[in-house]
Design a protein around this ligand. Structure first.
Ligand code: AMP
Ligand code: ZN
Length: 488
């Protein structure tokens, strides 16, 4: 790492503090993020979390680390209400739509990939699925039983939370006390086969009508939801790795159970830094599939939702998510999105003018300090909104140079151009809008400009002016030059 880059600090949900980031292996970082349960379209809230961790991934790469980024796809075992009872979310959708569960999985995995690509998220290094890791999950259960932290009953296996808590602090991640957790559970009503209501399923016996099931040493069944992430992170990152992320709502029970499963199977706490992203809210409430309080990314891009005044480019929506730190809530409003769009345009205008900027003998501001501020923002627990504010300090400086109120040396301009481009495009993952929409607009523009050309050849100035003015009001500028007509 270069000295100018400084030191990275990460807020660790486990300790409740910002800690200096020290990777387990010198230049290698293992990063695991819980992926979606693919039984529905991803909403903008889900996307916020995945964009937040894309920034983490991108910044680690920018700092020069080799990162193995694992993000799973949950395609079995996630039961309704995140509980140990009820129908599998994917099986239920398959039943309602009269499809194979794997057709549901395929449909929503494709949607997830398509949406994240539009947001310019980098793909993870490995994207494992739960159904492809049944053997690894069974092996982990065997290990937990052997270590005395799980028991089998009627073909199901449960994690023994009270036994575990005798030697390990169950609840350490979410700040829960076992006594409070016990007080909060209902009494066993004789129907429940668990020894204690706090126990959670590692393997569930499958009834005959259950669709997704596999043979195991305990009979035909399926794995518990929390287990897949433990099995897959251990397989690809080892039993003790650097960073584990996910949305805040996964802290308990999902991540608490992952810690318990890791400690109970390998004897090691699985993760060094636990990171949790906060929620995107809509109308003041968490955006959520189950309540229907959602906005879908494709609705944003087409403008087809009553909550929206117009359509927004994916990169503008991405930029909007950077208006709040990942650990703070972010409320969706059209006004906030419109403001983000204006800010985005100002930023792009400034960065595109860098190459034409006049240079002087000396710079009128300390450019290395401007750049150091980009790093210190991201080093402070990936503080994207502060980085954006610091980039706007640079924008102000650039705009002052343009009107002759400030100056920059050639060497400083070269450095500023390099770092601004790196932070805007590589770290924040923003894209110029024209690069995205030109491919869609190009054939339409060819046609429109052809019609304008015909009108001009016919000396039909009214039509040709009408076309030019109409395009101008849509934000498209047409220029006639020696090499023909161009537009931007
Ligand atoms: P799910 O498919 O519901 O398990 O969610 C996938 C990811 O999106 C998880 O990391 C969730 O914590 C996260 N998530 C769900 N709802 C929201 C929201 N409203 N805002 C931010 N992240 C969310
Ligand atoms: Zn998970």
């Amino acid at each position: 790492m270069h000295a100018k880059q400084g030191e990275l600090f990460i807020y660790n949900s486990l300790s409740g503090q910002k800690e200096k980031f020290v990777p387990i292996h010198k230049n290698f970082v293992g990063l695991y993020v819980c992926g979606p349960t693919v039984y529905n379209f991803v909403h903008l809230g889900n996307c916020r979390t995945f964009i937040s961790f894309d920034l983490v991934y991108r910044y680690l790469l920018h700092l020069g680390y080799k990162v193995r980024y694992v993000r799973n796809i949950t395609d079995v075992g996630h039961l309704e209400n995140d509980a140990d009872e009820g129908e599998d979310k994917i099986a239920k959708k398959a039943r309602l739509e009269q499809l194979e569960p794997m057709e549901i999985v395929q449909q929503y995995t494709l949607d997830f990939h398509d949406v994240l690509q539009k947001f310019n998220n980098l793909p993870p290094s490995i994207e494992p699925t739960a159904t492809a890791h049944i053997i690894e999950q069974i092996e982990m259960i065997k290990q937990i039983i052997q270590n005395g932290f799980a028991y089998e009953i009627n073909g199901s296996v449960y994690f023994d939370v009270l036994k575990y808590n005798e030697t390990h602090p169950y609840g350490e991640l979410s700040g829960r006390k076992i006594e409070d957790l016990i007080a909060g559970t209902r009494d066993l009503d004789g129907q429940d086969e668990k020894r204690n209501p706090l126990d959670f399923a590692l393997w569930k016996n499958a009834s005959s009508e259950h669709i997704m099931k596999w043979p195991s040493p305990w009979g035909i069944g399926f794995p518990g939801w929390h287990l897949e992430c433990s099995a897959m992170s251990t397989k690809y990152l080892g039993d003790h790795f650097d960073i584990h992320g996910g949305g805040m709502d996964l802290k308990f029970p999902h991540h608490e159970c992952e810690i318990a499963q890791g400690c109970a199977s390998t004897g090691k706490s699985p993760v060094n830094y636990w990171m949790h992203g906060n929620m995107l809210t809509l109308n003041g409430k968490k955006m959520s599939k189950s309540t229907g309080n959602t906005l879908l990314p494709n609705e944003m891009f087409s403008g087809e939702n009553d909550q929206l005044q117009k359509a927004y480019d994916p990169t503008v929506v991405r930029f909007f998510t950077m208006q709040a730190h990942y650990r703070s809530t972010l409320d969706f409003t059209s006004d906030a999105l419109n403001a983000a769009e204006k800010g985005f345009e100002r930023l792009m205008e400034a960065v595109s003018s860098l190459e034409k900027l006049p240079t002087s003998e000396q710079s009128s501001v300390d450019v290395s300090e401007l750049i150091a501020n980009f790093y210190s923002a991201m080093n402070d627990d990936f503080n994207a909104p502060i980085l954006v504010a610091n980039l706007f300090d640079a924008v102000k400086f650039i705009n002052s140079i343009k009107i002759g109120n400030a100056s920059i040396s050639k060497a400083d301009l070269k450095e500023l151009t390099k770092e601004m481009n790196a932070f805007i495009f590589d770290v924040l993952g923003l894209q110029t809008i024209s690069a995205q929409s030109n491919t869609k607009l190009a054939p339409v523009m060819d046609l429109v400009l052809q019609l304008r050309q015909q009108a001009r050849e016919n000396k039909d100035w009214t039509t040709s002016d009408q076309i030019r003015d109409g395009l101008a009001s849509a934000g498209i500028v047409v220029k006639d030059g020696k090499e023909g007509t161009t537009w931007s």
